[in-house]
Write a protein that binds this ligand. Structure first.
Ligand code: 5AD
Ligand code: SF4
Length: 360
């Protein structure tokens, strides 16, 4: 079937998505154009900033793809002080980011949970509730989610990593800490707690097929997700999956596929927030701009204190580890303007999708 014919359908079937994800470069331009139109019409031209705080690289999990997995003994470990978190939040607020993301390896000690709750309350009071906080702290208990929600966080990111349970098993250790079913269960808990919920996948994983990516898109749609962050899988030397590096798609193709995923998701879920991810930037200096052109509308300038950045390497060649927050911000602003977009300074940029979903 001609690409236009598929693109113009009201709704995509699994077969349609497989066809679209297999589009060549010329055909892909048509997908990006359509996604751009949808984006302009439904979410507008603005890009929202989320200042990213990489709070700690201490993690109790051992995911086979990730550089800060607990089994990587070559990694030195850190955690920001409360003051450093608050300073980073103030920086974001002062620069009118309107929103920050606190991300870290997964932990569930009482001290960790209490500290996050304390920080959320502090940030809310220091910024007169003007700075919104997204959490990306892995799987937690329902009680913990409730405490953090009540302390002032509005959004939670928990990537499903892949919607294929078999593939999930291959890229994680086989134990109770790493279960696909609990991942899905946690997304439901987060939703029921009241969070705007974000998820995402890695693209170009070893053993992953085009069919899996089509299913990932259907998973986002069926779950009625509010926000998505997804990007290419990039190998890291000190991880078990590194042994499959020769079976991977070339980096350029992983990027191209990621752009198609972003564009198709924009066409399918018109009013959600989609992030231009750092992993896309890793492959191509213009990766973020390209993600915007494919339909993304959120960027995450890193506001972690510089001295920690080189210790939060989930994959090799992560860019920006030598830039302080100011340089990173300036680079991002120019990416956005280059892509012909505007910056939503001081705007929360809540996904319109969330409002529609809760008002239904
Ligand atoms: N390549 C790309 N993304 C990765 N992540 C972890 N390791 C890698 C990697 N090697 C992503 C996961 C995780 C998020 C914090 O970073 O999707 O959810
Ligand atoms: Fe920990 Fe997240 Fe890395 Fe898994 S992907 S090892 S949970 S930081």
């Amino acid at each position: 079937m001609m690409i236009e014919e598929v693109l113009n359908k009201e709704s995509f079937s699994r077969e349609d998505l497989i066809r679209l994800l297999s589009a060549d470069e010329t055909e892909s331009l048509k997908i990006f154009n359509k996604a751009q139109q949808v984006r302009k019409e439904y979410v507008g031209n603005k890009v929202y900033f989320r200042g990213l705080i990489e709070y700690s690289n201490i993690c109790s999990k051992n995911c086979f793809y990730c550089g800060i997995r607990s089994g990587n003994k070559n990694q030195s470990r850190y955690q920001l002080t409360n003051q450093e978190v608050i300073d980073a939040a103030r920086y974001a607020h002062k620069n009118r980011f309107a929103s920050i993301v606190i991300q870290s390896g997964e932990r569930s000690s009482k001290k960790f949970i209490d500290t996050i709750e304390y920080l959320l309350k502090e940030i809310a009071s220091l910024t007169n509730d003007e700075l919104h906080v997204t959490l990306s702290l892995g799987e937690q208990s329902e009680e913990t989610y409730k405490r953090w929600f009540n302390a002032g966080s509005q959004r939670y990111l928990l990537r499903i990593e892949t919607s294929n349970p078999e593939l999930y098993k291959k890229i994680h250790p086989d134990n109770s800490l790493h279960r696909f079913e609990s991942r899905v269960e946690n997304l439901k808990l987060l939703r029921n707690t009241g969070f705007m919920v974000g998820t995402g996948v890695m693209i170009g994983l070893p053993f992953q097929q085009i069919e899996d990516l089509a299913d990932d898109l259907l998973f986002f749609r069926d779950f009625d997700i509010d926000m998505v962050g997804m990007g290419p899988y990039i190998e890291h030397k000190n991880t078990p999956l590194y042994q499959y590096k020769d079976q991977l798609l070339p980096l350029k193709e992983r990027l191209q596929l990621s752009m198609k995923m972003v564009a198709l998701l924009r066409i399918m879920m018109k009013d959600i927030n989609i992030a231009a991810t750092t992993a896309m930037q890793t492959i191509d200096p213009k990766g973020r701009e390209k993600a915007l052109l494919a339909g993304a509308n959120v960027m995450m300038p890193n506001v972690t204190p510089l001295k920690y950045k080189e210790n939060y390497l989930l994959y090799d060649n992560k860019p920006g580890t030598e830039d302080d927050a100011e340089r990173g911000k300036v680079a991002m602003e120019s990416d956005i303007l280059n892509a012909g977009n505007e910056i939503g300074y001081g705007e929360w940029g809540d996904p319109q999708h969330f409002r529609r979903r809760v008002n239904r």
